[in-house]
Design a protein around this ligand. Structure first.
Ligand SMILES: *[C@@H]1O[C@H](CO)[C@@H](O)[C@H](O)[C@H]1NC(C)=O
Ligand SMILES: *[C@@H]1O[C@H](CO)[C@@H](O)[C@H](O)[C@H]1NC(C)=O
Ligand SMILES: *[C@@H]1O[C@H](CO)[C@@H](O)[C@H](O)[C@H]1NC(C)=O
Ligand SMILES: *[C@@H]1O[C@H](CO)[C@@H](O)[C@H](O)[C@H]1NC(C)=O
Ligand SMILES: *[C@@H]1O[C@H](CO)[C@@H](O)[C@H](O)[C@H]1NC(C)=O
Ligand SMILES: *[C@@H]1O[C@H](CO)[C@@H](O)[C@H](O)[C@H]1NC(C)=O
Ligand SMILES: *[C@@H]1O[C@H](CO)[C@@H](O)[C@H](O)[C@H]1NC(C)=O
Ligand SMILES: *[C@@H]1O[C@H](CO)[C@@H](O)[C@H](O)[C@H]1NC(C)=O
Length: 807
């Protein structure tokens, strides 16, 4: 489209021969007998856009452009002769047969022209209300037959109804090019494209270099686009066919004036005109922050804008070059801490809350289910990851990545899941931790409490015991013993200022060891000496339990009358203090809440399933779920936990301990407990996490229902979404939320046999199995808890319940 004076004589001659009539009134069209002089304008039919000659900023150069007719300030959305300005005000715009649009200077030389491949009989140029300038056959206004349109030759702006992308038939790409300066619309440093190398995504380039990436398209939005709420004023989407791939937008509310512009510094901005202030307001910036810098953290790095520095490695990955990493050069990224070995059978681990990686080396399939994606990806050793292609509605299709995963960031809202190929040994998190720490007696507080003094007794009196135990189990476990002076110093001599709280077994203090590690110290009161040998056996077994979702015991201190347990310190304290606090609850956005549910589920599965020893916690509740700095949950307080022998499925107890509101009916009423009682407590916690409300003390409009009853009623009516914590409603993925509520209800079903095991729960959370319909929950009215005779009968899981079942 550069200026060309060669072989133009035909046109020029033509010009002199024609009788040229100057247009005067506002019209939107010119034909071959009319010209547009500098000073004249075309105005679209509805008066929305205007086309004419203008000078940008303080420049004296003249350009032909399109701007908003009704908005002050000459906001130019398209320029014809970007690189070939006129230097005087005597240029004209002209349509020349057979389908040529040209700008001529005062000596009648063509300074800019466009050529169409099709020959037209009677071509006309028309400015449409959409802002599209089209050249078409006078009698044919079918958009498919336009000879030429400015929407396919964009400047730095897209307008609603621009088809941003590729036309494979014409080979044209519509993309944005930044202006050089405010006074010079010629191509600047940046371009913005819909990249269709793999599954479509948006990329901003500086020359040939990608500087920022957004996407890929996920059925709802471009993955990682900031604050992309469902905009009521625009509908938008991705169109893909054999002939075209493009991103589109349509204004639903035609009164809203909005545009997307690529700034001179390479920022894609959505702007809306606000009448009240008579100015444009930017409400979307891409890149939004440093984490949108392309590949900032390298392969398998994960950028989190809340961290300093922002770059980190994905879980189970380590910096490729630790020295570079220390020097804040993250470009080499991360590598798997355990290398892949495809022949050994890899696994896929789920990573949540992320912006999907660069999809240039991706392939997709629109028909597969997520289970099929896994099978397919597993087949090809170079398939590094997969995800659901379309997360709208129930989710469908697969997107597969080949090669390293780059440009991943954490998203606090609208993050997605991706399943990344890992060595099979990474699946089992047991036994891979630091060797130093050793008897990670993680949890089992209760047993330690009960037997601490006996343990001490053994350690002191039978010094060989430890050795024996170690030898007989052939493992490197031992429980570090701390000096009283060390702990006293760490806690500032048990200063009142260090006191974190008062547990049932004594006060808890915060402390810091000399190496800087934060600790929590439980100072115990005297405990009994019963069941010594039996207890020691169990402790040795329990010593081998370690899991990232169980709070970790670092050691103990036994000196004189003092008996203390030393735990890792959890800076975010317990879940209830955040979840049920009106201001702090916003710290737990949807991905974080999902993370808490996932972690607790895995922790519970671990204690229920361990082959040698099965443990029932018996007191799972929000206040026993501690949160670490990343809000990763750790189950704590095993004060009343019970172990199960093999083949033992249910235990009867006459002493019912636990917390009202979390106790299953069969336990509270009959004293029968099993792993399914923990599942019940877990279900209650899940519903509390989704709703942000406590089960006990809950009040709905329907006074007699507790949270479970309320959730159940909404579920039956298909209104589960109303349960969601108002702080979550907007950003949460509705499908995920509904699924979680459904799963929570399955866990609190009245009949223990109906409740899923924790293994099944984990599979449900991983979207690996479909959810069966839920039956009525236990204790779903406040009264139930007191009118025990109604459920004390053996009809608990009998026909009575079946009759109550809905749909
Ligand atoms: C162009 O439009 C003018 C005004 O409507 C009309 O008089 C003229 O005949 C048209 N010319 C052609 C070639 O259609
Ligand atoms: C008109 O355009 C021609 C070709 O670009 C150029 O050579 C000529 O100098 C221009 N005349 C004026 C007055 O700008
Ligand atoms: C316009 O395109 C046609 C066909 O592609 C070609 O024959 C003609 O020479 C072109 N005209 C100009 C001025 O480039
Ligand atoms: C795609 O392009 C081909 C060739 O131009 C055309 O024949 C076909 O009708 C187009 N298909 C659609 C769906 O537009
Ligand atoms: C474009 O790049 C050049 C060369 O790097 C630089 O001098 C100029 O300032 C850049 N322009 C903008 C608008 O960033
Ligand atoms: C992968 O595993 C196979 C079978 O265990 C083993 O023979 C092979 O050496 C391993 N390859 C690598 C690169 O570790
Ligand atoms: C995908 O499913 C649709 C509708 O069920 C079907 O028409 C289409 O042929 C399928 N495509 C592939 C590649 O299997
Ligand atoms: C695995 O996928 C890659 C990328 O699509 C392909 O080139 C390769 O042929 C595939 N390998 C097998 C064994 O299917």
């Amino acid at each position: 489209m550069k200026k060309s004076t060669k072989d133009m004589s035909f046109i020029i001659v033509l010009l002199f021969l024609l009788s040229i009539s100057k247009i005067s009134t506002a019209i939107d069209t010119i034909n071959t007998t009319q010209i547009l002089r500098d000073g004249d304008t075309l105005v679209s039919y509805g008066g929305v856009f205007e086309l004419g000659f203008f000078s940008p900023g303080n420049s004296r150069n003249r350009y032909v452009g399109i701007w908003y007719k009704k908005i002050p300030g000459n906001t130019v959305v398209w320029v014809a002769n970007k690189e070939t300005p006129l230097t005087s005000v005597s240029g004209i715009l002209k349509v020349i047969e057979p389908g040529l649009l040209a700008i001529l200077n005062n000596t009648n030389n063509i300074v800019w022209f466009l050529n169409t491949s099709t020959v037209a009989q009677n071509p006309i140029l028309q400015l449409l209300d959409s802002g599209n300038l089209v050249l078409r056959e006078a009698r044919d206004d079918n958009p498919e037959n336009f000879l030429w349109q400015s929407f396919e030759y964009l400047s730095d702006t897209t307008l609603p109804s621009t088809k941003f992308g590729l036309n494979y038939v014409t080979g044209r790409e519509s993309f944005l090019t930044s202006w050089k300066t405010n006074e010079d619309p010629s191509p600047g440093n940046f371009t913005f494209h819909l990249d269709t190398t793999g599954y479509p995504q948006g990329i901003i380039k500086r020359g040939n270099l990608i500087v920022c990436r957004i996407g890929p398209w996920n059925g709802i939005r471009l993955s990682g686009i900031p604050n992309a709420r469902q905009d009521p004023t625009y509908a938008y989407g991705l169109f893909m066919s054999k002939n075209r791939t493009y991103y589109w937008e349509e204004a639903i509310d035609k009164s809203v004036i909005s545009r997307v512009t690529l700034s001179q510094s390479g920022v894609v901005q959505r702007m809306t005109w606000v009448d009240r202030i008579q100015d444009w307001v930017v409400y979307l910036n891409i890149p939004a922050d440093i984490c949108d810098t392309y590949k900032l953290c390298g392969a398998y790095g994960r950028c989190n804008i809340g961290n300093s520095p922002s770059c980190g490695c994905l879980d189970k990955f380590v910096p490729k070059d630790a020295q570079d990493w220390i020097r804040s050069d993250w470009s080499n990224g991360c590598i798997r801490r355990t290398p892949l070995n495809c022949s050994k059978g890899d696994v896929f681990l789920k990573y949540s809350g992320i912006k999907l990686p660069d999809s240039r080396y991706s392939r997709f399939n629109k028909n597969m289910t997520i289970e099929e994606c896994k099978v397919e990806c597993l087949k090809n050793c170079s398939c590094m990851a997969y995800t659901q292609l379309d997360i709208s509605k129930e989710g469908s299709g697969c997107l597969f990545w080949f090669g390293d995963l780059v440009d991943i960031r954490d998203l606090s809202v609208n993050g997605q899941d991706i399943y990344i190929r890992m060595a099979s040994s990474e699946f089992d998190t047991k036994g891979k931790r630091r060797k130093l720490l050793i008897l990670s007696l993680t949890s089992l507080m209760g047993m330690i409490l009960l037997g601490l003094s006996s343990m001490l007794y053994y350690w002191k009196k039978k010094k060989s015991y430890k050795k024996t135990a170690r030898a007989s189990h052939n493992e490197d476990h031992e429980l570090p013993l701390f000096d009283l002076s060390t702990i006293s110093k760490a806690t500032n001599n048990f200063s009142i200022n260090n006191k974190l709280g008062q547990g049932g077994y004594g006060p808890v203090y915060k402390g810091m060891l000399e190496d800087g590690q934060d600790i929590a110290v439980k100072r115990l009161s005297k405990t009994s000496m019963q069941g010594l040998d039996e207890f020691m056996n169990e402790v040795i077994c329990i010593a081998k339990l370690q899991h990232r979702n169980l709070v970790k015991l670092l050691g103990c201190c036994i000196q004189g009358q003092e008996k203390m347990l030393i735990y890792e310190y959890m800076p975010n304290k317990s879940l209830d203090l955040i979840l049920f606090d009106q201001t702090r609850c916003t710290l737990l956005n949807w991905p974080k809440r999902l993370q808490v549910v996932n972690g607790v589920a895995r922790g519970l599965m671990y204690i229920h399933q361990d082959s040698r020893l099965r443990i029932i916690h018996r007191d799972l509740k929000a206040s026993n779920i501690l949160l670490d700095i990343d809000m990763d949950p750790k189950i704590s307080d095993f004060g009343i936990a019970r172990t199960f022998r093999e083949n033992e499925n249910e235990v009867l107890t006459s002493k019912v301990v636990g917390t009202y509101g979390y106790m299953s009916p069969e336990y509270a009423v009959h004293g029968r407990f099993s792993v399914k009682s923990d599942v019940f407590s877990f279900g209650v916690s899940v519903l509390e996490i989704v709703s942000g409300k406590r089960n006990s003390g809950f009040s709905a409009e329907d006074q007699h229902l507790n949270l479970l009853g309320h959730a159940w009623t909404l579920y039956k009516d298909g209104r589960s979404f109303e349960l969601v914590d108002p702080y979550l409603r907007d950003p949460a993925n509705p499908f995920e939320v509904l699924r979680l509520i459904h799963m929570g209800l399955l866990c609190v079903q009245q009949c223990p046999d109906d409740r899923p095991s924790m293994t099944t729960v984990v599979a449900m959370l991983d979207n690996e199995i479909a959810l069966p319909p839920a039956n009525q929950p236990g204790f779903f009215t406040e009264r139930d808890a007191f009118l025990t005779e109604s459920i004390a009968s053996n009809s608990l899981c009998g026909t009575t319940i079946t009759q109550l079942e809905p749909r």
